[in-house]
Design a protein around this ligand. Structure first.
Ligand code: GSH
Length: 246
């Protein structure tokens, strides 16, 4: 097998999913950090079919998307498996995984909304990243990129309010999957790797961590990713957080 190359954006939660799954398979890879927004053109130029991270070059093939990467990794290296072999169990894991791929967008919108208001926490999310320029400089000059990312991801007040309002129910759903044994088993599966980084990204917000960390979803996220870089001090209007306090 030639050297695998994984294209990521620092702090990107589905990128973390891909890194975790490659690690789980014991497949060594080179991590290549891209700047948000600029990543889209870079990935196109590298002839990836889409324009999002994670994107993986593996033995000449280009595999894009966290769900596609999970399947390709299981195909080229079945052990340890990312999906259960029992068809019914597999269907449940796939259902949770697919839901998780949609749920991703909520912490993504929260993040860009917050960074648009204040870019200073951004540096903490770039820990360990190699962007080609110092992280401090990237953050200092990153205003237009952050504004573009917030716009691209529709990180509006309205959407962020809706994301925060649905978070308690989203966490209930994850807790239920854990209770049912679909997630959080001894051997982590593709749903764990898909969903835990989203929960972990939400936990980087001081506003949200207390409402998440002691729930099964929060405990699982911390188990899957003991250290996830980034921390954002209180940023959301308190009225938007009321549902989380209940
Ligand atoms: N849901 C897909 C797409 C992931 C996605 O949207 N990634 C974001 C980063 S978290 C991205 O590449 N955004 C482009 C940008 O920020 O310019 C997956 O899980 O692979």
């Amino acid at each position: 097998m030639g050297e695998a190359k994984l294209y990521v954006i620092p702090g990107s939660h589905p990128s973390r999913s891909a890194m975790l799954m490659l690690d789980r398979k014991g497949i060594p890879f080179k991590r290549v950090d891209l700047m948000p927004v600029i990543s889209k053109g870079a990935l196109r130029a590298m002839r990836f079919p889409g324009n999002t991270v994670p994107a993986l070059k593996l033995d000449g093939a280009r595999i894009q998307g966290s769900q596609q990467i999970a399947r390709e990794l299981d195909r080229i290296q079945p052990d340890p498996p990312l999906f259960p072999s029992d068809p019914d169990k597999r269907a449940k894991v796939e259902e949770a995984e697919a839901w998780g791929d949609t749920f991703q967008h909520n912490p993504r919108q929260l993040s860009w909304w917050a960074f648009k208001r204040d870019r200073s926490p951004l540096a903490s999310y770039s820990e360990g990243a190699r962007l080609g320029i110092p992280v401090g400089l990237a953050v200092k000059t990153g205003g237009p990129l952050v504004a573009a990312a917030a716009k691209l991801n529709e990180a509006t007040d309205e959407n962020v309010q809706a994301d925060l309002a649905s978070l308690p129910g989203d966490l209930d759903r994850i807790d239920a999957w854990i209770a049912d044994g679909v997630m959080g088993g001894e051997d982590l599966n593709a749903a764990d790797y898909q969903i835990a980084p989203s929960v972990r990204l939400a936990m980087t917000f001081d506003d949200l961590r207390p409402a998440i960390e002691k729930r099964p979803a929060g405990e699982l996220a911390t188990r899957v990713i003991p250290h996830f870089p980034g921390r954002t001090p209180p940023v959301f209007p308190p009225a938007w957080l009321e549902g989380l306090r209940a």
